[in-house]
Design a protein around this ligand. Structure first.
Ligand code: OFO
Length: 183
């Protein structure tokens, strides 16, 4: 008896996402190691932690595929991108990476809606919300760097910024949680 509750296209697109999350973890690891060797210990800390988050995302997708009777596929990873030139490029590349990932998540949700696979649609909603957080987090990093002087930031302001970033929360504040008392 076939107990697989996922269609072949849904199982395939979810497995594509397993690889994307694993690749993302490697990208963040690589940028974290770069940031650390450039002396940005705070940024490195944030990126090392974020690499772990990407692994967690991968585990969620693997767990979901298996739970629905499908088969998670573990494949080879792509090499991480080359080192960024500076913090500005590092944050810009991470932002673009997250936007691309959002597109991939939307493709899963679109397909599940088309197939009326409401279980997968529902599972995908966690990632839709997560992507709002992740994009917001990186937009905030870019904003902070801009205030520090962007590409012309002094070493003193970069040091201050790096310290702040190292201590910040992993999750960004979302509009859905805002209120008059907590804007
Ligand atoms: Fe950076 O996000 Fe995973 O899904």
């Amino acid at each position: 008896m076939d107990t697989n509750r996922l269609s072949k296209p849904i199982e395939d697109i979810l497995n594509k996402q397993v690889k994307k999350e694993a690749d993302a973890a490697q990208t963040y690891l690589s940028y974290a190691a770069w940031a650390d060797s450039e002396g940005y210990a705070g940024v490195a800390n944030l990126l090392f932690r974020h690499s772990g988050e990407e692994r967690n995302h991968m585990m969620k997708v693997i767990g979901y595929i298996q739970e629905r009777g499908g088969r998670a596929r573990i494949t080879a990873l792509v090499a991480p991108p080359k080192d960024p030139k500076n913090l500005q490029e590092c944050f810009e590349k991470i932002f673009q990476h997250e936007v691309d990932n959002t597109t991939a998540i939307y493709e899963i949700v679109n397909l599940s809606q088309k197939e009326k696979d409401w279980a997968t649609w529902n599972f995908g909603q966690w990632f839709v919300k997560e992507q709002i957080e992740e994009e917001t987090l990186v937009m905030d990093l870019l904003d902070k760097l801009k205030i520090a002087g962007g590409p012309k930031a002094s070493n003193a302001s970069l040091l201050y910024l790096d310290n702040k970033i190292g201590k910040q929360e992993d999750d960004a504040d979302l509009a859905r949680d805002a209120s008059v008392d907590n804007p």
